[in-house]
Design a protein around this ligand. Sequence first.
Ligand code: AMP
Length: 611
Amino acid sequence: MPNPAAHLPFYFGSISRSDAEEHLKLAGMSDGLFLLRQCLRNLGGYVLSMVHKLQFYHYPIERQLNGTYAIAGAKAHCGPEELCEFYSKDADGLCCTLRKPCNRPSGMEPQLGIIDNIRDNMVREYIRQTWKLEGEALELAIISQAPQVEKLLATTAHEKMPWYHGFITREQAETRLYSGAQPDGKFLMRERKEKGSYALSLVYGKSVYHYRIAHGKSGKYFIDDGTKFDTLLQLVEYMKIKPDGLVYYLKESTPNPDMPTASAAPVPPNHPSAKVPRKFISQNSDGYTPDPTGMGKNNWILPMDTSCYESPYSDPEELKDKKLFLKRSNLIVDEMELGSGNFGSVKKGVYKMRKKQIDVAIKMLKSGNERAARDDMMKEAQIMHQLDNPYIVRVIGVCEAEALMLVMEMASGGPLNKFLSSKRDEIPVNNVVELMHQVAIGMKYLEEKNFVHRDLAARNVLLVNQHYAKISDFGLSKALAADDSYYMAKTTGKWPLKWYAPECILFRKFSSKSDVWSYGVTMWEAFSYGQKPYKKMKGPEVMTFIEEGKRMECPPKCPPEMYKLMKQCWTFKWEDRPDFVTVETFIRAYYYSVAAKAEEESEGATKVTPA
Ligand code: AMP
């Protein structure tokens, strides 16, 4: 799960105060010695434990809803790492500056806490129930969308709770609470007239009390001057245990009569069920849609909201018809051209299935094309037909009619390089991290299935929307035999040399490791917003450049962590190069650590004004 401190060597996870003190003692008790641990009370918060003059000091760091981190009353920072960096230069109220990190002993991982587990389970359940996903599709949704889902959950989970009554007046609340028995602690939550403002209405001694829930500038919810909470759900759960200024603690909720499942079967706590499936929310091309409630919150489109996250054949009814060759009568070919190449053109279309119609892209072979081109298209179709992953363009099938046609899922956002170069100033760098993480997930799948792509490049990553990428163009791809780890090309061909690893050019040897090299070049293209790699150099010059130990420079906006990964992908010897399992793990950790910030920036960049 997103934990922006997980990668820090001085982060110990969920350890107690006394354990923290033990570690500091073992590390020598020097002035300014410090470590970071998870805060057990505040969701997403930390504690900075440090030493000064042989005394221990523990400073809680809170995570505010806007994604920043601060020691109470002090300056906010965009992450725990940045916060520690700041205090290493300026004590700003601490006992002294942070001087020496107390790192975890080698081999020791940060301790996972109960909060991590609850959070993990909530995200999993939310995804399972909202998008009705299981198995691999569920796991991939968790990996790729955990930060977004966590935020969604934090800000909207209360809407799924039976005690949440939405916008009703104070009088309506009283009518609902006075109907039936009126035990102390019977309550409901309602939304007030002012946007984003809420109230708790509570029965005590047969009277109803109303409490306004303030929503502070930091994004926290609280009543009067009481405890502050990140979410309304946490506020209610807490006040079920501790009244914290209320006349009585919250006990029994009055189910919202307008919530169908709530009255029939109460929603179990921590299991936000989806009454309104998120699937197929109408979307803008940037992947964002105004919140249907008009609340002013952005309701962003996740890959799982689109119709191409799961295979069109994930429905067993549709699976009955799955064949490589499609009937022409089920295919409508539009005149609109999406792109073109030597082979012919790619057109928009619709494919009629048993229960639904899906948008498709149709690669049409030019008439009069020789046998070799037909064979190539058939090979591409056969390879793609065996793949099923949300981050890879799926082939629906081929159709032989006015031309040989390869029918694929539609990715209407176009190639990644073109998209980024046209939106240079609008797309925050964290959005690029998100997309490249998805490409890594798709490539990890290929590696696992023993397929080599051989043409991974930004031009062959197509976008469904601004936050959803799919790998395409399997024209050069090969399926390796189970016990082969590479493919040896018999002859050289028209190859994208700038994307190829040394062993491809020197020995015509292609493997998932050479795809990793290409992934590094694709990363460079993405982080330089669609620039051409190796400037004006020709393919063979690039080989000399690489053999001399030189590598492309870090693109201006590229985070150093991402450049580090690129350079690892460009390890000369394939044996020493990371595989996609390692690449995906690395980029995932970085993506999670910046995801909170990414949402903020991208909301600013692509904000859609609600109607
Ligand atoms: P290709 O020869 O496969 O690289 O396709 C040429 C161009 O057609 C691409 O650059 C895209 O603009 C477009 N295209 C190819 N496949 C698709 C697809 N599945 N969805 C949308 N556009 C596509």
